[in-house]
Design a binder for this molecule. Structure first.
Ligand code: SF4
Length: 347
């Protein structure tokens, strides 16, 4: 049996029972694929089920508010996925009457859908012959066929895409694509792959050349920048300044005003900074508490955050609203702010 058929036959008896595997509804598949981008199955599954319960159809999702979609997404990270999901649901309702498009090029035009996701949706839902290439597929192909070109350079991307397409069993696109991804996820894993029990061992180049740990090859190292943020919970009577972020990875989420520095600052240094003086110049204030440092790691940045609770009068901040403390927990926030909320009593 060749590589592709062996994978399919392995998959049929070893696949995990996951809720999106029992459907070919393109809306369900699209939703699961967006959730599973950068999210593990275990973490993503309850979100998938909750979204389908709250929004059984694309129209239901389109009719929701962005705040509600972001609130439901809270904790999953990479919030542009949720904003794109909502935007695209409205786009599908406006342009396709709420029916998910069936044409590959139309699917690829949807916001938040790249080459991988378009191939996943069209193959899983409509059995169209488009090979998926994600991290799992790249790992399996690079090891089994000994492909050592870096997968994150243009020539590498093309080579993996070409190889994946050649190996695709066109008439069984849905099952083949799922099989190779599943094999990468549970057998040919990034660390500690199950080589000793692997049925592809005999034909695996990486195994026979003892280079499993060296494949696949990545060219770039992601540079992680440290950021030092001091969030200010400025309370005036029973209200707190809170605002919707207009740019960056947390667009659409609510946050407290904050000061940002290049390095860690002590309390005196923070209170002597120009940004602090600008906020509190014409006010009286009293610092009620300063939190410990919260570390939040994202793909390109490591955030060191501290939260200061301050009682004040006379503060004016145009970009923030004064929101009742009771309402804060209803609004969508980043996981970082959520983690802080878990440590305090707001009201
Ligand atoms: S033998 Fe090891 S490296 Fe090769 S395909 Fe199997 S699990 Fe992956």
């Amino acid at each position: 049996m060749d590589f592709s058929n062996k994978l399919v036959s392995w998959y049929q008896s070893n696949k995990r029972d996951l809720p999106w595997r029992s459907t070919n509804n393109p809306y369900h598949i699209w939703l699961s694929e967006i959730i599973l981008q950068q999210t593990r199955v275990l973490q993503g599954t309850p979100y998938y089920l909750a979204f389908l319960k709250a929004f059984p159809t694309i129209k239901d999702l389109a009719n929701s508010t962005e705040d509600k979609v972001l609130k439901m997404w809270q904790g999953l990270g990479y919030y542009s996925r949720a904003r794109n999901l909502h935007f695209t649901a409205k786009y599908i309702v406006d342009n396709f009457g709420g029916e998910f498009p069936k044409d590959y090029s139309e699917v690829l035009k949807l916001k938040g859908v790249g080459v991988y996701t378009a191939a996943a949706i069209t193959s899983f839902a409509f059995n169209m012959p488009y090979a998926v290439v994600d991290g799992n597929v790249i790992r399996v192909l690079s090891r089994v066929f000994g492909v050592s070109i870096p997968f994150d350079i243009s020539a590498g991307k093309k080579q993996f895409q070409k190889l994946a397409q050649e190996l695709l069993i066109e008439k069984k696109a849905a099952i083949y694509n799922q099989a190779i991804m599943e094999f990468g996820a549970i057998i040919c894993k990034p660390k500690s792959p199950h080589c000793s029990s692997c049925h592809l061992q005999d034909s695996c180049v990486a195994y026979s050349t003892n280079s499993v740990a060296q494949l696949p090859v990545k060219s770039k190292k992601v540079k992680v920048n440290d950021r030092f943020l001091y969030y200010l919970l400025i309370e005036q009577k029973d209200n707190i300044f809170f605002g919707k972020r207009k740019s960056g990875i947390w667009t659409g989420l609510y946050e407290f005003p904050f000061l940002e520095f290049m390095k860690k600052m002590d309390e005196k240094q923070v209170m002597k900074s120009n940004d602090w003086l600008k906020i509190f110049l014409n006010s009286t204030f009293n610092i009620k508490s300063v939190s410990c440092e919260f570390i939040h790691v994202l793909s390109h940045q490591k955030i060191h955050a501290q939260f200061w609770r301050i009682k004040a009068t006379g503060v004016e901040l145009e970009e923030y609203e004064l929101i009742s403390k009771n309402r804060l927990l209803e609004l969508p926030v980043s996981r970082l702010t959520e983690k802080y909320f878990e440590t305090i009593k707001l009201v």
